[in-house]
Design a protein around this ligand. Structure first.
Ligand SMILES: C[S@@+](CC[C@H](N)C(=O)[O-])C[C@H]1O[C@@H](n2cnc3c(N)ncnc32)[C@H](O)[C@@H]1O
Length: 299
């Protein structure tokens, strides 16, 4: 952007701010201060071409605090931990949908589900993690694949020790996972047999059936903080999350995923992502953006 100054959105998309905040210009020094905080707190790498987006997403926060200058907002964020966390939430991108990149769910059903069922039959715990879960469409797509489309196909879930963990840095989206309520348009991509079996109408929306919601634990977790989980995971989905990180952060996080996976465990990443650093050497590719950790016998 020329001179590094964001244009002030006057109307239409991006003009989500009030007139008050829309008059605030975001200069490069303030943008860089905000980007440094995002890097420090969430390891999110904001490039300068995102200046208009940052302006648009933060204008509302300036308005809520009665501020007209981004320099004052930066000062506020530096002294107020609550506002700092709210800024991080405002600058995360939560776009997601049910059965996104559906080849991952085909793979899960065909190749991983039989192994998970065998583990459960052998009374071993089955653990699955949606890391960077957003509002839960990913974890409930996984749950529907595990449950199939009937009571009989889902019986192994009730009989075994099967748990799905869904985590995200953003508290509002984690709350949505726990609620499991989605609009009619949001549930459209779900295959009809799953929709009929696992969703119940609730007003004009749909709610995920208790049997599936009970499998899922939703928690706020910054992926760069300490992970409280003690057990290893059979499956980790971390898709369309690492695109926001720089290579150093990606390599660090992927190495931690490898450690967190049980031998023979699977890692699913987003279509534009790849493994780098030690994780690339430790994992074997078994499909498009699907990897397995060595040591799982026939897996
Ligand atoms: C684009 S969504 C992806 C959702 C889902 N995995 C999918 O592929 O549809 C990215 C999510 O990553 C989360 N995120 C970004 N940085 C994070 C971090 N440092 N720790 C945990 N979650 C993070 C965001 O809050 C957002 O909900």
């Amino acid at each position: 952007m020329k001179h590094g100054v964001a244009p002030v959105p006057a109307s239409g998309e991006g003009a989500e701010s009030s007139t008050l905040a829309a008059t605030a210009e975001l200069g490069l020094p303030e943008f860089r201060a905000i980007a440094a905080i995002m890097m420090e707190d969430a390891r999110i790498h904001l490039v300068e071409s995102k200046i208009v987006l940052v302006h648009s997403r933060l204008s509302r926060r300036l308005r809520d605090h009665g501020l007209t200058r981004f320099s004052d907002y930066v000062a506020l964020v530096r002294r107020d931990a609550t506002e700092r966390a709210a800024m991080v939430v405002a600058l995360t991108t939560n776009h997601t949908h049910f059965f996104r990149e559906d080849h991952h769910f085909d793979h899960l059903r065909r190749h991983v589900l039989p192994q998970l069922q065998a583990s459960a039959r052998a009374r071993k715990p089955v653990r699955i993690w949606s890391a960077g879960c957003s509002s839960g469409e990913e974890v409930y797509s996984i749950a529907m694949c595990l449950a199939g489309d009937g009571t009989a196909s889902a019986s192994w879930l009730r009989q075994g020790d099967v748990k799905l963990l869904a985590t995200d840095i953003s508290p509002p989206v984690v709350e949505s996972v726990a609620k499991g309520v989605y609009s009619a348009s949001t549930v459209q991509p779900i295959p009809a047999a799953y929709r009929d079996r696992w969703l119940r109408p609730q007003g004009s929306d749909f709610v995920v059936a208790d049997e599936l919601r009970e499998l899922v634990t939703a928690r706020v977790l910054n992926l760069f903080d300490r992970w409280p989980m003690r057990q290893q995971y059979d499956v980790i989905f971390c898709r369309n999350v690492m695109i926001y990180f720089d290579d150093k952060a990606k390599a660090e996080l992927e190495a931690r995923f490898v450690e967190m996976l049980a031998p023979g465990g699977h890692l699913y990443i987003g279509h534009s992502e790849r493994l780098i650093g030690p994780a690339a050497a430790a994992m074997e590719s078994v499909g498009q953006t699907i990897y397995v950790k060595a040591g799982g016998g026939s897996r």
